[in-house]
Design a protein around this ligand. Structure first.
Ligand SMILES: [Zn+2]
Ligand SMILES: [Zn+2]
Length: 214
């Protein structure tokens, strides 16, 4: 077991702790049951970060639900890269859902009919969404059975021990892949790592776009 940091190594520990604690992976297609671990990922910033975590989960025989944005300023889901990311997530056995920005819901056939709002305000957080599951409403949301890693901070501590000891009846665990996939001991450092990787990736996009970089 590695220290409780936000690294891929410790994310792997979390998955193993959950398995040793007797949890099974579940999604948003039926009400939670005793022993369910619902892994949810909101992809705010980086498809590459998402794929790094998705590949690791597949190595650990885990699967999760990925919430992807359609109007992000950080990535383009309609690009070839975005389409490849969706295809790879599905191929690995994950589920793909929609990370929506109020009030726009762009559900189409790329997504399962499941929505997680990005940075929701309390007024609409739990409101029903026509034709879709709202992950922050009953039966999927329950304060005692929900943990999230917002800005490299666990409000109630890292859940690996509670998972290992099976202290949750069931759990919705929200993690943001960028936090785990890129290195840094603070959010600032992690974002710097992400931007360094992004710059390198954009150089490749320029090359692919036949830009003269000589
Ligand atoms: Zn931990
Ligand atoms: Zn978000």
């Amino acid at each position: 077991m590695t220290a409780c940091d936000f690294s891929l190594a410790h994310y792997r520990d979390l998955l193993r702790a959950a398995k040793e604690g007797g949890y099974r992976f579940a999604g948003f297609d039926r009400a939670p049951r005793e022993g369910d671990l619902i892994l949810r990922h909101d992809v705010d910033l980086s498809l590459d970060g998402a794929l790094a975590v998705a590949e690791l989960e597949a190595e650990e025989y885990a699967w999760s639900t990925w919430f992807l944005m359609t109007r992000s300023v950080f990535y383009n889901l309609a690009s070839a890269e975005g389409e490849r990311a969706i295809a790879r997530l599905r191929e690995l056995g994950h589920r793909v859902a929609h990370h929506a920005v109020w009030p726009n819901v762009d559900l189409d056939d790329r997504f399962d009919p499941v929505v997680a709002w990005h940075n929701p305000d309390p007024e609409y957080m739990e409101q029903p969404i026509p034709g879709a599951v709202n992950v922050m409403a009953a039966p999927f949301f329950d304060r005692e059975r929900y943990r999230s890693d917002s800005n490299q901070h666990w409000r109630n501590g890292c859940p690996h021990d509670d998972l290992h000891e099976h202290r949750f009846e069931w759990l919705q665990l929200l993690t943001h892949p960028e936090i785990w996939a890129f290195e840094g001991t603070t959010m600032r450092e992690t974002m710097e790592s992400m931007l360094d990787a992004d710059r390198a990736a954009r150089f490749e996009h320029l090359r692919a776009d036949r830009i003269d970089l000589s």
